[in-house]
Write a protein that binds this ligand. Sequence first.
Ligand SMILES: [Zn+2]
Ligand SMILES: [Zn+2]
Length: 147
Amino acid sequence: MSHEGIRFVSAEEARQDELAAQQLDRLPTDAVTPLKVRVKLTEGTGIEIDWRDGHRSSWDFRWLRDACPCANCYNERGSAGRVPGEPKPKSQALFALYQAPPRPTEASPVGKYALGIKWNDGHNSGIYSWTYLRSVCQCALCHPPRS
Ligand SMILES: [Zn+2]
Ligand SMILES: [Zn+2]
């Protein structure tokens, strides 16, 4: 990706803000307000969020890496027809040497609305808004398994 090195943070943040605002329209405030966020860095497993409406969501790190909401990943998934969390096809990894499983090197709040995640593969432009995370909750209630 030739434009990888050029990124206008303000435009990107504005885009993600706008996305978050759209999602806010259809989600009650309590559903997108985290009470407790657990980033299980030590265990290397994933992220758990308890929401103010009593709901609990969890995702593993690999899923979250494949659901990165930044413009590059978003466009790349779109052109490849992948949904958030869907891994890239295995063939692309054929020639790759061992790759460490995705794992944040850092996860910190971005304002009041999001969690910024820096990944061990060097990718660090993902800003996971609470509304985005709630909208991609993987529990059986929000995301019934396709039959
Ligand atoms: Zn990304
Ligand atoms: Zn859910």
